[in-house]
Design a protein around this ligand. Structure first.
Ligand code: HEC
Length: 184
């Protein structure tokens, strides 16, 4: 029994030292301009989803989804997020594939997660990716307005759709035509 436990401890140590050596001797790839493998994407996406499930408080959006608040959300999105996630002209961002992992196109494929989940990602960012934490630059109500807008991109009320069309010259997406929820 004692040898068995010793075996496990030695194996863990060898793996740890091996992993550290791999990183510190410069074997870790650090380029952002390469393509994520399917397996890495799958593992990373599941790890992120499960971490948000574990850590995010189940908050209700304190900002009501009025036309005014959704239009505010659209404006905040355009100013801060469109560069990486694509604008309301419904063109993919020229920048999205320059990240590892790529920035998902939030207008073409709006998130179908609950609001508390999206709010948590916006507020805290995503470690080891290009997604910043916004809690130092945006107020809590502004992050909630963004959340309200993003979770309704393809089902906005008529007045907000009119505003969208007027400011971009392009019709907003509606659920029927879009691949709703396919993130990346
Ligand atoms: C500098 C580029 C950049 C900016 C600016 C940026 N993001 Fe991101 N964002 C990313 C990247 C890269 C990811 C992918 C992270 C991942 O795959 O885990 C991401 C992921 C996300 C996700 C998670 C999507 C999913 O697949 O679940 C949300 C939601 C999000 N961003 C919202 C926003 C909002 C809202 C703003 C503006 C306040 C914003 N982002 C600004 C780069 C950016």
């Amino acid at each position: 029994m004692r040898n068995f436990i010793l075996g496990i401890v030695v194996t863990i140590l060898v793996l740890l030292i091996g992993g550290l050596g791999f990183a510190l001797l410069g074997f870790m790839p650090t380029r952002a301009n390469s393509v994520c493998s399917e397996m890495e994407r799958h593992v990373a996406t599941s790890a992120l989803d499960n971490s948000v499930e574990r850590h995010a408080p189940r908050l209700n959006n304190p900002v009501p989804p009025t036309d005014e608040n959704l239009i505010e959300g659209l404006k905040i999105y355009t100013m801060n997020c469109a560069l990486c996630h694509g604008g309301i002209d419904r063109q993919p961002s020229g920048f999205e594939k320059s990240f590892y992992p790529p920035a998902p196109s939030l207008i073409l494929h709006p998130p179908d997660d609950p609001e508390w989940h999206v709010f948590y990602l916006i507020r805290n960012g995503v470690r080891y990716t290009g997604m910043p934490a916004w809690d130092r630059t945006l107020s809590e109500p502004d992050m909630w307005k963004l959340t309200a807008f993003l979770t309704r991109v393809d089902k906005l009320p008529p007045a907000v759709q009119d505003y969208w069309k007027k400011s971009s010259g392009v019709n907003p997406p509606t659920g029927e035509q879009e691949g709703h929820g396919e993130h990346k």
